[in-house]
Design a protein around this ligand. Structure first.
Ligand code: PAF
Length: 259
């Protein structure tokens, strides 16, 4: 596996690649969810490129950025074992030579759900993903359905800007008790980890959105939203863990008609 810290070196290498390219963008702290994206890309493409870049522009809360888990050496070993061909580990100056002067904004859906609670989050996501797609020039890019709102916004951005890339959604990978895998799970202490299992259990239940939100609040969660939209139930809720707070999201298909 080749590692590129320099964008110039990567671009030169990209010119030499023939055949299809699959891309898995990440912020590091890789888990089995990322592993499933990498496996799929390796199976479907001639080359698989991974990016590890903790993108500051998508964090509205500085403490969230500082506390985000960082496991670079472990990530590189995992990516190599899974058959990734290249990994990009750029720095802020490489990704934002413009100092974030140019931004990709969506002004409807990005203001709902997570966007209503994380100011500027999706502008940061769309901007960095646009930059990464322009750099990697993949045929396919793989995104987990845990971040379903992110997936929809990226898919629609690529369509709106006539980008020649297929955005591939991949099923959420879960722990045996239903908890969606997330890099943030590493921040859960024992008590928070055992409470976190309630999120998935409740959103799969036949209770209404309001009832699910109330039950989570009764169990000590701070709930941003529990909303059913287009036959999918979305949730975002935070819970205390040690000295900090961990925000978790999840979504499931909800065809019960109960909202
Ligand atoms: O889903 C993520 O890890 C990030 O939002 C992404 C897509 C890598 C952009 O920074």
């Amino acid at each position: 596996m080749k590692r590129f810290a320099s964008i110039a070196d990567w671009r030169e290498h990209r010119h030499s690649l023939t055949g299809s390219v699959g891309f898995v963008p990440t912020m590091g702290a890789l888990h089995d969810g990322h592993a499933s994206l990498l496996r799929r890309s390796v199976a479907e493409n001639d080359h698989t490129v991974l990016s590890i870049y903790l993108n500051p522009t998508q964090f509205n809360n500085p403490a969230d950025l500082t506390g985000y888990p960082k496991t670079l050496e472990r990530d590189l070993t995992l990516a190599c074992d899974l058959g990734a061909d290249c990994v990009l580990t750029p720095r802020y100056e490489d990704i934002y030579p413009d100092g974030y002067r140019y931004q990709v904004c969506e002004d409807q859906f990005s203001r709902e759900l997570c966007g209503a609670h994380r100011d500027g989050h999706f502008t940061g996501v769309l901007t960095v993903v646009m930059k990464l797609l322009n750099l990697i020039k993949p045929d396919r890019a793989y995104f987990g359905e845990k971040d379903y709102q992110q997936y929809l916004l990226i898919r629609d951005m690529c369509e709106a800007f006539f980008m020649d890339v297929s955005i591939v959604p991949c099923a959420t990978v879960r722990e045996s008790d239903g908890l969606a895998l997330s890099s943030r799970n590493e921040l859960l202490d024992e008590k928070a980890r055992s409470a976190a299992t309630l999120i998935n259990r409740l959103i799969r239940s036949s209770r209404s959105d309001d009832c699910v939100a109330r039950s989570l609040e009764d169990m000590g969660f701070e709930v941003d939203y529990v909303v059913t939209r287009q036959e999918r139930r979305f949730v975002a809720a935070s819970l205390p863990s040690g000295d900090s707070t961990v925000r978790l999201i999840d979504n499931v298909v909800n065809t019960s008609g109960i909202t």
